[in-house]
Design a protein around this ligand. Sequence first.
Ligand code: V47
Length: 369
Amino acid sequence: MDLLDCVLKGEIEGLDSKELAKLYEYDIFTLGEAADYIRKKYHSDKVFFNINRHINPTNICADVCKFCAFSASRKNPNPYDMSIEEVVEQCINAYNRGAKEVHIVSAHHPDHSYQYQLDMFRAIKDAVPLLHIKAMGAAEIDYLTRKFNVALEQVLHDLAQAGVDSLPGGGAEIFDEKVRKSLCHGKADANRWLEIHKKWHSMGRMSNATMLFGHIEERHHRIDHILRLRNTQTSLEQANNKQGGFNAFIPLLYQRYNNFLKAKEAPSGQEILKTIAIARILLQNIPHIKAYWASLSFNLAIVAQEFGANDMDGTIENESIQSAAGAKSKNGVTKDEMISQIKNAGFLPVERDSLYNEIKVYDETSKCW
Ligand code: V47
């Protein structure tokens, strides 16, 4: 049977990542049409976004990921470390400007105490109880368990108690062991990353999953990454866990400046859109595919909504990780701009909360916003 037909029917047993990478050999329109069919089945013409604020409390890091231009290094000799009060103040200001979510990820600061992390989240919840805290990538959690010798279950429990509502998808990079070693030797490996998310899901909680692509990996490494996420989500369904799981998959396009990774040529727009479409086709058990505009550029993220994606991420306000490596995303985007760009592309803008509950649909009856 035709490979794409098999995949669309979910019949991929016995096919490995190299065989499935042949999906890339279909032309972009065939893949786009298949992906669009699935996105329409789940989300019709809705494009989700949220009003959020990204905060990165410190860039001082004990790890050395070659692709990272954000952490303070000899290429970016600009170390900073925010106090808890500063972080809380930014959260209050963002909330007062309409943010529903704060996305907090940090470098692995060698001198922060275990308590510091928990105190930060408690202080945010005390100050702005209605602000959803999406924070702590799996690699940060792994760092805490190793540095302070605290069991994973305990760390996750403590974070949830302190106010963390959901986990972001960062730190996944590429799961393939060999590629991962060249990218970020010493950081949580693939199994650990997945274990952390699975444990969090077993607590009835949601998280996201990213994939960093467009650097030294091959197509089949991306497929392998996607399959490991698909299998993890399937095992959760089989365990009959009705509450926790992955909410969104986010392919992050590698930004190539100010870091230490010697990457191949940047992938073409066609290769990027095919990657997004294939993710939609293979990951039918993860509800949302996010075209993260800060990584893809706003225009391509909008086009990606025709190729399987159904989410743009949010207004962000202040972006530091992608922009440190060359992306033009430093200053976020306004809510009005987000809504009008989604509308102009012929989609229905839907403001969502962090867990994809709809807050407001910007249809023709809601002309003023
Ligand atoms: O894990 C670092 C990536 C991630 C580069 O969960 C880079 O909703 C491209 O995880 N080029 C952090 N990417 C960001 C992240 C994220 C972003 C938006 C939404 C969500 C979510 C999560 O940024 C890191 C790493 O994979 N990153 N350096 C770079 N040069």
